[in-house]
Design a binder for this molecule. Structure first.
Ligand code: NAD
Ligand code: ZN
Length: 369
């Protein structure tokens, strides 16, 4: 068993273990969560079918332990990460008379986690919830750290709350059904964690021979969670160093929005990181060349790396993000593999920066690394 304790506004364990889904009542008891209360499993249609049904280990274990079980299922996908889904879930909880001492369980990837966490933060001004990540991306990144939220028409993650879970439980067995593309999404966020805080993650990803090796991926995820733990404990509310976790994300959010969410978050992050690191190399803002290292991983795992948008389109979409204040934008720039820094530039220099990254990338594409 791997256990990492996060000490933020709430202290909680991230537990990774084969068989953890059927053993969850014991983990909950250890976290002080005792049977008798109502539990609402929140899932998308896929995660409900795979892991949430009444005959599944999770439901059996929780019902068997004496929890009063409910479920709320919504259609998966980024287009469901909206206030409408939150309203539906909140009404369901109210109709079923959930109280402040009852709980939610997020059973799914980052989308289910973000929606469930935000609903938990808002219902009766805050109820507890557990994260059960079922994608690599969710265990590597989104299930830890308490950032929750939904998209608005204006862009990604524009409404939300900081609301830490009470427990995070990951069973590597869930990865067995994950698509290759979804696995790539998780690898992209693991590369991000490696770049900002732990070079060994990059070495391990380079040593990974199969994207289906769930035990090895779990070890990588544990390292990524450790990077996140350090950053979240230092700056839970994202006013300083936590912004490092946004490496590649300013562009990723622009790419997701421009593609009308057809390009997934993790794939967009991969594109964002490679453009930023290429520009940083070309401008000599990095202390060692970093883009080769990302490019090697992305090509080895066959990430689709055609950039369908021009520097101008990406800049417009990035600057439309309502989170940007004034006429400056803060970028996350790799210093060396394993360390990044924040760099603020005037917004009118962003297009030149992106364009430089795209040009450098064209050279990388022609190079046999
Ligand atoms: N809150 C945070 O800190 C944070 C961090 C990173 C990303 N995110 C968010 O996470 C979201 C992306 O999460 P994601 O990549 O997990 O996407 P996702 O939740 O949409 O899951 C991807 C797909 O895989 C399916 N799926 C989930 N588990 C499965 C399994 N075990 N087997 C088979 N299919 C399975 C889902 O139904 C879905 O179709 C984005 O909205 C992103 O903004 C949030
Ligand atoms: Zn992300």
């Amino acid at each position: 068993m791997i256990k990492i304790t996060v000490s933020a506004s709430k202290e909680y364990d991230v537990v990774m273990e084969r068989g953890a889904l059927s053993g969850i009542p014991a983990l909950m008891e250890e976290a002080g969560i005792i049977p008798g209360k109502k539990l609402c499993i929140v899932a998308d249609e896929t995660t409900n079918r795979l892991f949430g049904g009444e005959s599944c280990d999770l439901w059996q274990a929780l019902a068997g332990a004496g929890f009063d079980m409910y479920r709320y299922v919504f259609e998966g996908g980024e287009k469901s990460k909206t206030m409408n889904t939150i309203t539906g879930l909140l009404n369901y909880l109210a109709d079923n008379r959930f109280s402040r001492s009852d709980m939610l369980i997020a059973l799914g990837g980052g989308i289910v986690g973000d929606v469930t966490g935000f609903a938990a933060a808002s219902f009766l001004r805050g109820v507890d919830y557990i994260q059960i990540p079922t994608t690599l991306l969710a265990i590597v990144d989104s299930s830890v750290g308490g950032k929750t939220g939904v998209n608005l028409d204006a862009g990604k993650n524009l409404a939300g709350a900081f609301w830490q879970p009470s427990l995070v439980v990951f069973d590597p067995y869930v990865l067995d059904t994950l698509s290759y593309d979804a696995m790539l999404d998780g690898i992209a966020e693991a590369v991000k964690a490696g770049f900002i805080g732990d070079r060994a993650i990059i070495d391990e990803i380079n040593a990974l021979t199969s994207a289906a090796d769930s035990d090895f991926l779990t070890e990588i995820a544990a390292r990524a969670v450790e990077v996140k733990r350090i950053v979240v404990e230092e700056d839970e509310r994202d006013t300083g160093s936590r912004q490092l976790l946004n490496f590649g994300h300013t562009l990723a959010h622009a790419i997701e929005k421009l593609s009308d969410y057809r390009i997934s978050h993790g794939h967009a992050v991969a594109m964002g990181m490679v453009i930023v690191s290429s520009a940083a190399d070309a401008l000599e803002w990095s202390e060692e060349p970093c883009s080769d290292s990302i490019w090697t991983i992305l090509t080895r795992f066959k990430f689709p790396l055609d950039y369908p948008y021009s520097a101008r389109e990406l800049t417009r979409a990035a600057l439309a993000d309502k989170k940007i204040r004034g006429n400056e934008i803060t970028l996350v720039i790799p210093r060396i593999v394993g360390k990044c820094r924040l760099k603020t530039i005037p917004t009118d220099q962003l297009e030149g920066f992106i364009s430089c990254g795209i040009q450098q990338l064209e050279q990388l594409k022609g190079k046999d690394i």
